[in-house]
Ligand binder design. Structure first.
Ligand code: DP6
Length: 340
């Protein structure tokens, strides 16, 4: 039996669109900061039959939909196939991960908060599976990031703490894309003050969304920009702790992703009027008071305000002044860890 703990991440260069949807092989690289909370814990243990159980913050059991259980089953089968390619099959029976494990998920992530729970869940599952098989085969974190990616593309990045990429990679193999750490969590203390305008579940999930990316006439240019300069600019900004450069490239990439989403067929509108109001208000505050802060939004109306220590108090008071919104405080964190 092994237990792992992991957390979500917030992307500065967004992952949107795959060259292979089934294997979650991205079209372009992406980059994020791993957060220190909220946490997810997953226990993997041997069992007579495959089972997944999920428990909420208050300890009550969440009834899983069939499609959620199916996703776990499919992911475990892909993970098993990838592990077999590492010559690690010795001692791990063909069907073991699909048929003879029970998975218990304990999530501290409030539902519909706009923090990617799939990133936390699948990085946690990957780390727990790596722990489960470690007597037979010790996986590197890079290999664990491949396992995580098979569950959710962005999850690969949460294997590492601090700042990490999901590399585009080459080819169409299970292991053709992985995560690379740019700097660990001690490199740069950045906070993420999360403003959640509406606590409603999003209508179109990321998985369905990725499949629509290439229908936008702006998608080719998006991929080109990330490959040719945006990803590099973001890496340099992080290495040099250049907040202004990070702000420019992150906001440009976020708005570009939402432009692609809104011009795809059918269009995906994740931002709402509240999101736009909050973004305009933070821009105004930044100009007036010279506060170092950047905004970014994933596939939902939630606004992430990322700032260094010196901006934290001003950003927090701004966040708490937003009527009807839920505020969640988090910062750069250590990534997925094995507990036992
Ligand atoms: C907008 O990793 O959630 O948050 O692989 O289908 O689970 P799946 O997609 P997911 O996509 C993340 C989309 C994003 C941007 C990002 O986090 O990079």
């Amino acid at each position: 039996m092994t237990t792992a703990r992991s957390t979500p991440n917030i992307a500065f260069i967004k992952y949107w669109g795959n060259r292979n949807d089934g294997l979650r092989l991205p079209m372009a690289p992406s980059l994020s900061m791993t957060l220190d909370r909220p946490t997810v814990e997953i226990t993997v243990e041997e069992a007579d039959a495959f089972a997944v159980r999920s428990f909420l913050v208050d300890g009550s059991e969440k009834t899983l939909k069939e499609k959620d259980t199916d996703r776990f089953r499919k992911v475990l089968s892909l993970m098993q196939r990838y592990i077999a390619t590492l010559n690690a099959a010795a001692g791990i029976r063909e069907s073991q991960l699909q048929e003879n494990v029970s998975i218990t998920v304990r999530s501290h992530i409030p539902p519909a908060i706009g923090l990617a729970s799939s990133a936390a869940v699948f990085s946690c599952l990957a780390k727990a599976i790596a722990g489960f098989i470690q007597d037979k085969k010790k996986l590197t974190n890079t290999q664990a990031s491949v396992l995580a990616r098979l569950g959710s593309g962005s999850a690969a990045r949460s294997i590492f703490g601090g700042f990490s990429t999901l590399e585009e990679g080459n080819g169409m193999e299970l292991g053709s894309s992985w995560s690379v750490q740019i700097a660990d969590e001690h490199h740069w203390l950045l906070h993420d003050i999360v403003i959640i305008p509406a606590m409603e579940e999003k209508k179109v999930g990321s998985t369905e969304g990725h499949a629509l990316a290439s229908t936008s006439p702006f998608y080719v240019e998006r991929v080109r920009s990330i490959r040719t300069h945006r990803q590099r600019e973001c890496i340099e900004a992080i290495r040099n702790k250049d907040f202004e450069a990070l702000q420019c490239v992150t906001e440009e990439d976020c708005l570009d992703m939402h432009h692609v989403m809104e011009t795809s067929t059918p269009p995906l509108h994740y931002l709402n009027d509240e999101t736009r109001r909050i973004v305009n208000a933070i821009k105004e505050l930044r100009t007036k008071q010279h506060i170092p802060v950047l905004f970014t939004m994933d596939a939902g109306p939630t606004v992430h305000l990322v700032c260094p220590e010196e901006g934290k108090n001003a950003v927090l008071s701004f966040a708490h002044a937003q009527k009807g919104c839920t505020i969640f405080e988090t910062k750069v964190g250590p990534g997925a860890i094995l507990l036992a």
